[in-house]
Design a protein around this ligand. Structure first.
Ligand code: G3I
Length: 398
């Protein structure tokens, strides 16, 4: 189990990390240092943010091929890795009696060999979950008892296999509805109020308890999207997790996916983060993680497929990334955030191409389609130094 996320836990390591980080923060990073992100002379995002949080990315099995450009990029830039699709139920457990561990084994081997933190995504989700979980041999719904047993078997088998090796699990993903309350997924519909205590949180409770039993040391996260901008979702999440923590359900933190765009209101984000951070009043060790960060070049009401990336737009895009990272550094200083994971690392591989608009080309990350660093990367590389020199101010301080 890698403990790097617990910065300061080991004094010697903390001193080393701090001195390396302060060295890297004295540098003025300029695009002439490396054009392509895989060049040997490329600097490292994880080094410049080491005093604040671990930086990670969603990756795919091809990224683990040693010696390739992609391998060089992920190894250099990140501390934390999530498989974009391969640990999801439809891939790792496609049929009741069939598991496919190959890709997740590769992730774990990479993590062990290079001393990286690895995340498991995800155990219980309404999407990318095969129908066999919910259906009997006639295609009818299974009973709540059967679904609970299947869920427990799924979680226990996977989490036990990677006990001590996968540091963090997204145990439940996207269980909150976009408007209010819980999402009416097959998990909720079939399991419902299983213990008869009057609430419908039971599948979440059982999922977390089962994961904790399978690996008592893994960090267990409840993950969702739009929590940073949708007040109703944030309040619903807060209320549910508060109740569950008070009942002793082992939830260690909330994952905010943060699929945002170049116009996202960062002050609204701050308010929602701070609401969720109040869960530390119930559990002082409670954490927030950013689990799937990307910054779309299209707002949610824009259905176009192409975006003209003008100089002016690039400045706006880069400034938004900096505004967001200043907020994330504030949250780190408040002790509530220690992990920031991007959903991918290069524009060409992002899920935001073709989604939600077919034929769309998007540019949401820090590395372009040719694997060259974008200006947003260099801006973020200089941000911690500028912040510490007082050249930038956090929004709160302004
Ligand atoms: O692997 C098949 C391939 O064999 C087939 O030919 C092709 C044809 O469509 O599909 C491929 O599967 C696709 C898979 O990504 C791998 O590329 C699926 O269609 C596609 O739906 C799937 O999309 C993934 C999406 O989750 C599914 O919901 C995205 O890559 C992945 O980035 C995205 O990740 C989610 C997080 O898990 C949860 N939060 C939101 C985030 C973005 O949607």
């Amino acid at each position: 189990m890698k403990c790097k996320r617990l910065l300061g836990a080991v004094m010697a390591a903390a001193v080393l990390v701090t001195s390396l980080a302060s060295c890297s923060k004295e540098v003025n990073y300029t695009p002439d240092m490396a054009e392509y992100a895989y060049e040997d002379g490329a600097p490292s995002l994880r080094d410049v943010y080491a005093d604040y949080f671990q930086v990670g990315a969603a990756v795919n099995p091809r990224d683990f091929e040693e010696g390739t450009d992609r391998f060089k990029i992920i190894d250099k830039q990140f501390d934390v890795y999530t498989l974009e699709n391969d640990t999801k139920a439809e891939n790792i457990h496609p049929a009741e009696d069939e598991y496919n561990f190959e890709a997740t084994d590769q992730l774990v081997e990479f993590g062990e060999k290079y001393d990286k933190t690895v995340r498991g995504h995800t155990l219980v989700w309404h999407s990318q979950c095969p129908d066999w979980f919910f259906c009997d041999e006639n295609g009818d719904d299974v009973t709540a008892d059967v679904l609970v047993e299947r869920m427990k078997e799924h979680i226990t088998t996977i989490v036990s296999r990677y006990k001590g090796k996968i540091d963090t699990w997204d145990v439940c993903n996207e269980v909150i509805d976009d408007n209010y309350g819980l999402r009416f997924s097959d998990w909720l519909r079939i399991i419902g109020d299983y213990d008869g205590d009057g609430d419908n949180y039971d599948f979440v409770e059982i999922a977390f308890q089962t994961a904790r039993e399978a690996d008592p040391d893994a960090r267990l996260i409840i993950n969702d999207y739009s929590l940073e901008v949708n007040g109703n979702k944030a309040v619903t999440m807060y209320n549910m997790v508060k109740q569950l923590l008070e009942e002793g359900v082992p939830i260690d933190g909330i994952g905010l996916q943060m699929h945002i765009d170049y116009e996202t209101d960062v002050e609204r984000m701050r308010k929602n983060f701070e609401l969720l951070a109040k869960l530390r009043e119930v559990d002082p060790d409670f954490v927030l993680e950013v689990t799937e960060l990307d910054l779309s070049c299209f707002t949610s009401n824009d259905n176009s497929t192409e975006k003209e990336i003008t100089e002016e737009f690039t400045q706006q895009f880069d400034a938004k990334y900096c505004e967001v990272f200043n907020l994330l550094m504030d949250l780190s200083e408040e002790g509530i955030l220690d992990t920031v994971v991007f959903w991918g690392y290069d524009d060409g591989s992002s899920w935001l191409n073709e989604f939600p608009v077919e034929g769309r080309t998007n540019y949401p990350l820090l590395i372009d389609r040719d694997l060259k660093f974008k200006s947003a990367y260099w801006n973020l590389m200089n941000l911690p130094r500028q912040r510490e020199a007082g050249e930038t101010q956090s929004q709160e301080a302004e």
